[in-house]
Design a binder for this molecule. Structure first.
Ligand code: F0G
Length: 401
């Protein structure tokens, strides 16, 4: 057995093909495998290959992702996103994935596993990006797609994508946390394969955000990796990726993780402040709808990730994250509100002295600027309606705008 499922609490093992998301003891499951014996030069060589699975920024790292026959892989391909440097800060733009968010990296693996276990329908609860990604990959795999979203709380771009790719969209009267509880129950009762990040295969794919950014930097690790934190799937994946990269000898130093939450959706920040003495749950409210989550599913894995990387959790207000979004947008890069918590977090951690200006920082931008058009249109002050008359144009330009 080259891979298995293992409980992160009691270490009990299960077969890799078991369709289950939690242990008998209630703990989360993770994919376990023998120590990675592949050298990073293999990944570097694949970067110049024309094969689809080598061009995927997920399957390029396949030895550490999933042991599966190549013919079974459901890939767009995804990943291979750009890294930008602006004003001394690096931005890894995961909004450049096929459906405009990092979710595609986990979805290609979860959907591959769904096909492997013979699923006929896949489901998730979502604040919008997971649902768009699920819908696209289910369409490719020809599986029935059902998404559970909080009614009226999903950004327009994400909802439109989800519908366009053909998923059935159940608008749950309640918040994301209620939709999450419902999909857990529904998937168990109705035998639908669940592809939220509680699904350990999602985490295996999302690890490649970190591996690819390390590769982008020629395997010279930055001092910090900064990530928005909602349901805590990414935070968990980043911790696992870093430890596996160190154990495999791909890097000699483990960067510190900084997980950033919105003040109105900050249960993980609250727990961090108390050295994780208590798991908090909150009723979440923030303009960053992607991370409007009060009871994150991957809490235990994320705590381990923070401990393993000497990580920190910070919170930022909606004003702080929207002002950071404006900065990122005005750099010509652009991102959705949740992604901008990263830059807002860096600013705050520098002021408090946790992060030094001389330290190398990579912010992971998780979603594309067009995901949430309302967040831009509601705050734009450059739109002026005019008559089709050149003197009107002249007047406005003369006014110095
Ligand atoms: N950024 C974006 C753009 C997201 O869509 C999400 C999560 C996060 C950050 C937080 O990542 O949950 O791994 O801590 N979106 C999920 C969804 C919940 O349904 O699309 P996390």
């Amino acid at each position: 057995m080259s891979e298995w499922l293992q409980c992160v609490i009691c270490s009990r093992k299960y077969e890799i093909a078991d369709v289950r998301y939690t242990c008998e003891c209630g703990g989360l499951l993770a994919v376990g495998r023998l120590p990675l014996a592949v050298g990073r030069e293999v990944f570097d060589q694949r970067r110049s290959s024309r094969k689809t699975i080598d061009q995927s920024g997920v399957w390029r790292f396949r030895e550490g992702v999933l042991d599966v026959d190549e013919s079974q892989i459901v890939t767009h391909p995804e990943g291979a996103t750009r890294m930008y440097e602006r004003d001394g800060i690096l931005f890894k733009h995961e909004g450049e994935n096929p459906t405009g968010s990092f979710k595609d990296r986990g979805m290609t693996v979860a959907m591959t596993q769904a096909v492997r276990v013979g699923a006929s329908a896949v489901a998730c609860a979502s604040t919008g990006n997971t649902s768009a990604s699920l819908a696209a990959y289910a369409a490719q795999a020809k599986l029935r797609a059902i998404v559970f979203v909080p009614a009226g709380k999903v950004a327009a771009g994400k909802l439109a994508q989800t519908l366009a790719y053909g998923a059935l969209c159940l608008q749950v009267r309640g918040d994301f946390d209620a939709a999450m509880r419902l999909v857990l129950e529904a998937s168990q009762r109705l035998g639908i394969y669940l592809v939220n990040s509680i699904n350990p295969f999602r985490i295996e794919g999302q690890k490649t955000i970190v591996w690819e950014l390390l590769q982008d930097l020629d395997w010279n690790p930055p001092d910090w990796i900064v990530v928005p934190a909602g349901n805590l799937g990414n935070t968990s994946a980043f911790g696992k990726a870093l430890i596996e990269a160190r154990d495999a000898g791909w890097i000699s130093k483990v960067p510190r993780l900084a997980a950033i939450q919105a003040c109105g959706a900050n249960p993980f920040y609250r727990s961090f402040r108390e050295q994780f003495a208590k798991r908090h749950r909150v009723a979440a409210e923030t303009i960053a709808s992607a991370i409007r989550i009060g009871d994150p599913v991957s809490y235990d894995k994320a705590v381990a990730a923070l401990r393993d990387t000497r990580g920190v959790v910070e919170e930022v207000t909606d004003d702080e994250l929207m002002s950071a979004k404006r900065e990122i947008d005005r750099m010509g890069i652009g991102c959705e509100p949740a992604s901008a918590t990263t830059l807002a977090g860096v600013r705050k951690l520098r002021v408090s002295g946790v992060m030094r200006k001389s330290e190398r920082v990579v912010c992971v931008l998780t979603g594309h600027v067009l995901k949430d058009p309302d967040a831009i249109l509601k705050n734009a002050d450059q739109m002026i309606e005019i008559d089709p008359d050149v003197s009107a144009v002249e007047r406005i330009l003369a006014s110095g705008r």
